[in-house]
Design a protein around this ligand. Structure first.
Ligand code: SF4
Length: 295
């Protein structure tokens, strides 16, 4: 299954998720990744799935759930590793507006840039603009070069005519007000429509925590000198479109579900959490229990 949702999203409103990457193929292994550590760390673009198959699945789902705000590439890994991404964007634009959430690491490549120029909304990850912090937070593939990545983002932003947004995750053990100022200066050059400041709200790959509320408010003030800034500091609320056991599993593979939220959905389906014990695993974050799909 390559389609999940619609999921409620602060950034993308009612968004139908497209999963065009096998689990955890990524060029980064971010310490806060809610999918766990990356076991397929790669920068090689390749064909994973038939674009027509993805198109047909999305078309069927749009027929079932009605209009959505965005058809969004938010896969189990980095969407630009898919060599068919450009073809898929072109096909899906027949069905609605297309968004791509990328970690930005391959945007220095002309083919990746050309693919993303066709999307209606692109979200770029900008967690760090300094080498040491970048390696600590994003744990990139060894062939990647931060300067090239930042330059690729700037060149993309100059040409892009859609809605450009950014996301910056603030981790307690890495963020300083100086590093925040440097990221903000970079974003001032990038000129996104909105820069989102985030902290982990679901169980991360490593034992890391988001920054304190005082820090994030100060970071927002600093960002605000350069760009329009919003906070993403709470788990997105609202209704996931869950109508079947398969819907639960496809959402849980990309969005760990809080125990009480999951129990509510399962009740409507006359299921219990134990009925999915073979497919879901429990993870704890703070004092809250979540369930995500076992891989
Ligand atoms: S957060 Fe995104 S970029 Fe980072 S490891 Fe997870 S999938 Fe890859």
């Amino acid at each position: 299954m390559h389609v999940f949702g619609p999921v409620p999203s602060r950034r993308l409103r009612r968004s139908l998720g497209v999963n065009n990457i096998p689990f955890k193929y990524c060029s980064y292994s971010c310490v806060y990744c809610q999918l766990g550590r990356t076991d397929k760390l790669t920068v090689e673009r390749r064909e994973f799935f038939d674009p027509q198959l993805i198109f047909k699945e999305v078309r069927r789902r749009v027929g079932e759930v009605g209009e959505v705000d965005y058809i969004s590439f938010v896969p189990d890994g980095e969407p630009t590793l898919d060599a068919n991404l450009g073809v898929e964007i072109e096909l899906l634009k027949e069905l609605g507006r297309v968004a791509v959430i990328t970690n930005s690491s391959l945007l220095f490549r002309e083919d990746v840039k050309a693919d993303l120029l066709e999307a209606d909304l692109v979200s770029l990850k900008v967690d760090a603009v300094e080498e040491k912090a970048w390696r600590k937070i994003n744990r990139p593939h060894r062939s990647l070069n931060l300067e090239k990545i930042l330059d690729g983002m700037l060149r993309f932003a100059e040409e892009y005519t859609g809605i450009l947004i950014t996301e910056t995750m603030l981790i307690d053990s890495c963020a300083t007000l100086e590093s925040v100022e440097k990221i903000a200066e970079f974003l001032g050059m990038l000129k996104p429509h909105t820069a989102y400041l985030a902290i982990p709200t679901r169980p991360p790959a490593e034992k890391v925590r988001g920054v304190s509320m005082d820090f994030i408010l100060e970071a927002k003030r600093i960002f605000g000198k350069y760009v329009n800034t919003e906070l993403l500091i709470e788990a997105e609320s609202g209704e996931f479109a869950i109508k079947s056991r398969e819907d639960v599993l496809s959402i849980a593979s990309v969005h760990p579900l809080r125990e009480d939220v999951l129990a509510g959905y399962l009740k409507k389906l006359n299921l219990r959490i134990e009925d999915l014990a073979d497919e879901l695993e429990k993870v704890e974050f703070g004092s809250v229990k979540y369930y995500r799909r076992k891989i």
